[in-house]
Design a protein around this ligand. Structure first.
Ligand code: CAA
Length: 381
């Protein structure tokens, strides 16, 4: 059977960050609630000239610089934070990267699950024609209302993932476990820039979906729990991975405690929630921080509120041994905001019917230049 999976993965994030200690000082919340209770230290905040396109294009530029464009005929852009009801955000990326016209582009949506849906679609395309490779971009800005319980779990980030045959990083195994259910745990109406969330319901819906997807994986020939070496979970906040692992332990009768969760949380503790990119930031974090994973099996749980979820497994390939944690220096380079500066950026909404030029802030390769005639304009810096 053809081996298909993740050939390479690259992350990107925003110009700014908000330190949760700074937020705690202003709001009078015990900082331990954020650092221990949620397992978060910081979150990324986009500058006025950054969005899902600039982050996605930045991640994809580095990925394609390393791997070239050969065989890439599809770009799938997964996001919860779509910019237009009609046009796929990936079309802007297509232009910014100078991709040829012979590349199809589409956007995939199902909350945080969209990245996994895009990867599975990509695997199908490559299965049909092994000469093709698919560029998947998962890019999101997690926004909740100010002073809401979700506020400290905001964040922003993008993962660009190259799917192809004989993958250098992670071979995705054919069996996967699925679980979908119509739940009102988290959603974002078309006229709202912040999500509506029932926090307690979202946690229980996530955990129920995970055990449901696990059972389906088992029913479809997936590996036994003891044959999985590392588990990586969708991390809306990193404490959620600990809750998930505890629930899976109860469900399977194999209690792993918190074993193995630290490497997969290193980037996510600092990025915050990156919705579609969250699981793949966790996968990159594991691959970039553990040196002895080659030949080992990863279990990956993807959850998108609303809800659709999937349990995947993959076997780590030799190129993982030479990965570096260069994304740490990207996280370190972000510029901290004061709480008033963060609040001002949070409140910024662009009317779509007025021409606007955005201030020049980002130092990323691409910037969102503003609106002209209601259309979004981007620039390569
Ligand atoms: N020191 C240490 N820990 C503390 C503390 C302190 N001083 N004060 C509180 N805590 C702990 C609490 O005990 C709690 O721990 P447990 O979860 O282990 O019980 C934790 O900090 C959180 O505190 P609260 O229970 O008081 O919760 P909250 O009202 O602040 O809300 C939340 C937490 C529901 C996660 C909220 O941040 C939220 O709504 N977030 C957005 C929704 C979300 O992320 N849901 C996750 C599943 S849905 C999903 O995965 C999709 C997605 O990406 C959105």
């Amino acid at each position: 059977m053809t081996s298909i999976g993740i050939h390479d993965i690259e992350l990107a994030t925003t110009h700014h960050l908000l330190d949760l200690g700074t937020l705690a000082e202003t709001t009078g919340v015990d900082p331990a609630k954020y650092r221990l209770g949620l397992g978060q230290d910081e979150f990324s905040v986009p500058a006025a000239d950054e969005d899902i396109v600039t982050m996605g294009a930045t991640a994809a530029l580095a990925l394609l610089d390393r791997n070239g464009l050969d065989g890439v005929r599809t770009l799938l852009f997964a996001t919860e934070s779509g910019l237009d009801h009609s046009k796929a955000a990936g079309v802007f990326v297509h232009k910014l990267l100078g991709l040829p016209p012979q590349v199809r582009v589409a956007e995939i949506k199902q909350a945080c699950y969209g990245g996994t849906a895009a990867i599975q679609a990509a695997v199908g395309i490559v299965q049909r024609n092994p000469n093709e490779r698919v560029l998947v971009i998962a890019s999101d800005i997690a926004r909740y209302a100010l002073d809401s319980p979700g506020e400290p779990t905001q964040g922003a980030g993008a993962a660009a993932i190259l799917i192809g045959v004989d993958p250098a990083l992670v071979e995705i195994e054919p069996a996967s476990g699925l679980f979908s259910a119509d739940v009102d745990d988290f959603w974002r109406p078309n006229d709202s820039s912040t999500a509506i969330v029932d926090g307690a319901l979202s946690i229980s819906a996530y955990l129920d979906a995970m055990t449901g997807a696990w059972d389906d994986l088992a029913a479809h020939g997936g590996p036994a729990f003891t044959e999985i070496d590392r588990l990586v979970y969708h991390q809306p906040y990193t404490k959620m991975a600990r809750k998930a692992q505890a629930r899976l332990g109860e469900h399977t009768g194999v209690d792993l405690g918190d074993d193995g969760l630290v490497p997969g949380a290193i980037y996510n503790r600092r990025l915050g929630n990156a919705y579609t990119a969250s699981l793949y930031a966790g996968v990159a974090s594991v691959l970039d921080h553990e040196r002895d994973l080659v030949g080992k099996r990863l279990g990956m749980f993807s959850y998108g509120s609303g809800s659709v979820s999937e349990f995947l497994t993959g076997v780590v390939q030799p190129a993982a041994a030479s990965r570096s944690d260069h994304f740490t220096s990207v996280l370190d380079a972000r510029v901290p905001l004061s709480v008033p500066e963060y609040r001002e950026l949070h409140a910024r909404e662009l009317p779509s019917n007025v021409d606007v030029e955005t201030p020049r802030v980002t130092e990323a390769p691409f910037r969102f230049a503003g609106l002209r005639g209601s259309a979004r304009r981007y620039e390569r810096r």
